[in-house]
Design a protein around this ligand. Structure first.
Ligand code: ATP
Length: 509
């Protein structure tokens, strides 16, 4: 309101002054200059706000070690190292060199960022985070300046929060700290040098004390200078969670969700071998989305099963296929499933005919135990399972299709592993010392032998195809229990009958 009155009064006043003969030019110029100055200043203020946003502001972290599922050994190692930050007197008393940097290594999504945040909370430190890629700049010197700013920001933040330590977390450190090759000079060498200089400048007596935590998936790519004593000299492996850890992570992320009574987190943990913490978080989230779409009041085990498939294989696709194609895919998948269940009882969790990602159908296996070491028998079983689909097509349609490409790739990879690891008839070998022909021959011998064994299994259980096919075509999914019941039925039939049924089918085909 006041503004409007002033805007109205000023022109009238100016007109009056001109009317009585006063020279208003100096006044008008002064107002204009003032206006421009105010505008420029306000613009600069705006710029500095935007710049502030560019430096990574992280609010005081509330993440606690208890919110990280599994990773017990990594958490323990990290806490032990952090205790030195808390009990500084002991450092002095024993003359221990202060820990300046810790490197968390492991696959993506395993909780490295969470660990760094929890470390800040545990030690009541200010927390500043950045990612290696943020330091790679076209302009020389910008990356190095950013490193200086990062250290400055960490110190300021600690002082502001009245904390006597600060943790700087750099994710993807390999981007700025990769191995330097020869005399080739890269812009980010300067950035790396600046980081090393800042780290070398950290002292025990300094207040606030700075601790660097860096994360990478590729520790082998890092420049040696980064790993020297006094820099990132403590490495902590943050690995994919085992079965117990997977259950804990699922529990943590299901806490805020309405779970139905039939949800068995242990079974879900069993079905998610090789999943990272981030993927498990995604499973719980996707299950909740499926429940929401169904307008269900609670999340059920079925929603979780769909969520696992989504995270593992991708979203369902609407690919239309002909009845003929669907039947072939169903038999192909049943081939995998029969072999899987015969060579590893209770291993089939679901047979599905719903196209997902690139797959037209799939069998989800549920390993009874996490496995990190494989015997020859394990590898051969896995190859037989992979070949089951193609052999089923061969028996039922007299030939294979292109749908087995991935299966064959997997079988070849496993056959190579058998040879590589000295488990083949070639004995202990160094691959580059064996001729290509000899390798090819041994691979073929392994695969042909396993093709025969797979054929024998499918011949024996042939009636399962006829029993399960209708169900699978109708319902699109067949769960492990239903499938095992069908297999049991086939087992009760005299073996001779099964083979006869197959022979008569093959005559018809
Ligand atoms: P990247 O290497 O890709 O940066 P990261 O190892 O730093 O990944 P985080 O960013 O810490 O992984 O994890 C991503 C998300 O996954 C977390 O926010 C959390 O929801 C979930 N998560 C990962 N690991 C765990 C775990 N051990 N316990 C609970 N949640 C986890």
């Amino acid at each position: 309101m006041g503004k409007e009155i002033i805007i109205g009064v000023i022109p009238v006043l100016l007109a009056f002054l001109v009317f009585i003969g006063v020279n208003i030019a100096p006044f008008v110029i002064a107002v204009l200059v003032l206006g421009v100055l105010t505008f420029l200043l306000s613009k600069q203020g705006g710029m500095s706000l935007a710049q502030k946003k560019q430096t990574i502001e992280v609010p005081k972290t509330t993440t606690q070690f208890g919110e990280i599922g599994g990773q017990e050994r990594a958490k323990q190692e990290l806490k032990e190292a952090l205790d030195f930050l808390i009990h500084r007197d002991s450092l002095k008393q024993y003359g221990i060199r202060p820990l300046k940097g810790m490197l968390l290594t492991g696959p993506p999504g395993t909780g490295k960022t969470l660990m760094a945040k929890a470390a800040a909370n545990y030690t009541n430190s200010a927390f500043v985070a950045a990612s290696g890629s943020q330091f790679v700049e076209m302009y020389v010197g910008v990356g190095a300046q950013r490193i200086r700013d990062l250290f400055k920001e960490a110190k300021q933040k600690a002082e502001k929060n009245n904390q006597d330590s600060a943790i700087i977390f750099i994710d993807e450190i390999d981007v700025l700290g990769g191995k330097r090759e020869g005399s080739q000079h890269r812009e980010y060498d300067q950035t790396l040098n600046q980081l090393l200089t800042e780290m070398d400048g950290i002292t025990t007596s300094e207040n606030p004390r700075i601790l660097m935590i860096a994360a990478t998936n590729r520790a082998d790519m890092l420049d040696d200078a980064l790993l020297r004593p006094g820099r990132f000299d403590r490495q902590i492996v943050v690995d994919l969670p085992d079965m117990k850890a997977r259950k804990q992570i699922l529990e943590i992320h299901s806490q805020n969700k309405p779970l139905a009574d039939d949800v068995d987190l242990e079974a879900i943990a069993r079905d998610t071998f090789n999943f990272s913490g981030a993927q498990l978080e995604s499973v719980t989230n996707e299950a909740a989305i499926y429940a929401f779409r169904d307008k269900a009041t609670e999340i059920t085990q079925r929603h979780f099963a769909q969520a696992i498939d989504k995270v593992m294989m991708g979203e369902q696709t609407d690919r239309e296929s002909t009845a003929e194609e669907r039947e072939r895919v169903a038999n192909h998948e049943l081939g995998h499933a029969i072999v899987s269940e015969v060579v590893r009882p209770k291993s089939v969790s679901q047979v599905s005919l719903r196209p997902r990602g690139q797959a037209l159908g799939y069998v989800r296996q549920s390993p009874q135990q996490d496995r990190y070491l494989y015997t020859l028998e394990n590898l051969e079983q896995q190859i037989m399972i992979a070949l089951g689909g193609a052999i089923a097509e061969e028996m039922l349609y007299g030939g294979r299709s292109t749908g087995s490409r991935n299966d064959f790739e997997q079988a070849l990879h496993l056959a190579n592993t058998i040879i590589d690891t000295g488990l083949s008839e070639l004995g202990i070998v160094k691959l580059d010392m064996v001729s290509k022909e000899a390798l090819h021959e041994e691979r073929q011998r392994i695969l042909n032998d396993l093709l025969d064994r797979t054929r024998a299994v499918l011949r024996e259980y042939f009636p399962v195809f006829t029993h399960a096919l209708d169900h699978l075509l109708r319902e699109e999914v067949l769960n492990g229990e239903e499938f095992r019941a069908m297999l049991e039925e086939a087992r009760r039939l005299p073996k001779k009958n099964n083979v006869e049924e197959l022979d008569s089918h093959m005559m018809r085909a």
